[in-house]
Design a protein around this ligand. Structure first.
Ligand code: SAH
Length: 295
């Protein structure tokens, strides 16, 4: 395993020779030009993939076409591509959870293809879940007055904006479509006290959560709602959730309802009760990163 510039240890799992995935002699899998084949005895070293390099070089996943050799069967090819895409998704996911928002923004700005790859991996994950927490949030907002202004922090494909009648400001690191404003959500272009409902659905990534919550506090009107949906494992159980809720009170947010019953996801609704403009004395506010397992 190699230590990358980001200090992230990356175990490579893109070996063609893994169980059930034998690569025919001479067939090679390429990631950014590094050839991985059964022939190589140094496969482990060669197949180390550095996150930073991947991000910088625009990750491309392809199977090299040896002129005389037959192309792999569709299912083998699909399996290989699936594994590579899964590995790529997990690396990018780790990047998002272990760096500050501004850093991830810079990396994705240089390499928007990586962001698209991240989102196709994310969509793959969503399909494995019993339900999508965003659907619960959409259903809840649909019940409210459609004149309320919404801000969707870390909106992904901006499905919320496309599902409700309300005015929704959608923010993410890269604009996947015309509904999204590209920015680091710690610094949105919204004026102070201009929003009625702020949403963070699975988007409290990055090591500077406090900055995102402070930004939500800035843009929300007094009495405005803050809705958070997060993966349960990020909180260290109900006690962890209680600590988080307590810390949120220091950011000017009072809990109005919570649902910690759902397996896999926690839902919390807060109300802005105080305008907080100074960082001094505020807790760090942390959640554990959510690392996905191999497909
Ligand atoms: N809320 C969407 C997407 C969840 S994926 C949904 O539920 O479907 C999490 C999203 O948060 C990703 O698109 C990621 O890019 C975004 N995100 C993480 N940190 C961010 C930041 N600092 N600024 C803007 N978006 C961020």
């Amino acid at each position: 395993m190699a230590k990358t510039k980001n200090n992230i240890r990356v175990k490579n799992m893109e070996r063609g020779s893994q169980k059930g995935n034998r690569v025919r002699k001479g067939k090679a899998l390429k990631i950014n030009g590094s050839k991985l084949s059964q022939k190589s005895s140094k496969i482990n070293e060669k197949s180390e993939v550095k996150v930073q390099e991947w991000m910088n070089d625009c990750p491309s996943i392809r199977i090299s076409k040896g002129k005389k050799k037959k192309a792999p069967t569709a299912s083998l090819r699909e399996r290989m591509e699936g594994r590579l895409q899964g590995a790529q998704f997990r690396l990018l996911n780790e990047q998002l959870y272990t760096a500050e928002g501004t850093r991830s923004q810079k990396l994705f700005k240089k390499n928007p293809e990586a962001f698209e790859a991240y989102h196709s991996g994310f969509q793959h994950q969503v399909q494995q879940w019993e339900f999508n927490p965003l659907d619960k949030i959409i259903a809840n907002i649909k019940k409210k007055n459609c004149n309320l202004v919404v801000a969707d922090f870390g909106c992904g494909e901006a499905r919320l904006a496309q599902s409700v009648a309300n005015k929704v400001h959608s923010f993410d690191l890269v604009a996947l479509n015309e509904h999204v404003t590209a920015c680091d959500m710690a610094h949105t272009p919204l004026p102070d006290a201009s929003v009625d409902i702020a949403v963070f659905c699975l988007s409290l990534m990055g090591t500077n959560l406090a900055d995102f919550i402070l930004e939500a506090n800035r843009v929300l009107k007094e009495g405005g709602a803050l809705k958070i949906a997060e993966v349960e494992s990020r909180f260290d159980g109900e006690n962890g959730a209680k600590t988080f809720i307590h810390e949120m009170s220091k950011f000017g947010f009072k809990l109005t309802s919570k649902n910690l019953e759902k397996t896999f996801f926690y839902f919390m609704d807060f109300k802005k009760v105080d305008a907080i403009s100074k960082r001094k004395g505020l807790p760090l506010l942390t959640l554990k990163p959510c690392m996905y397992k191999k497909r």
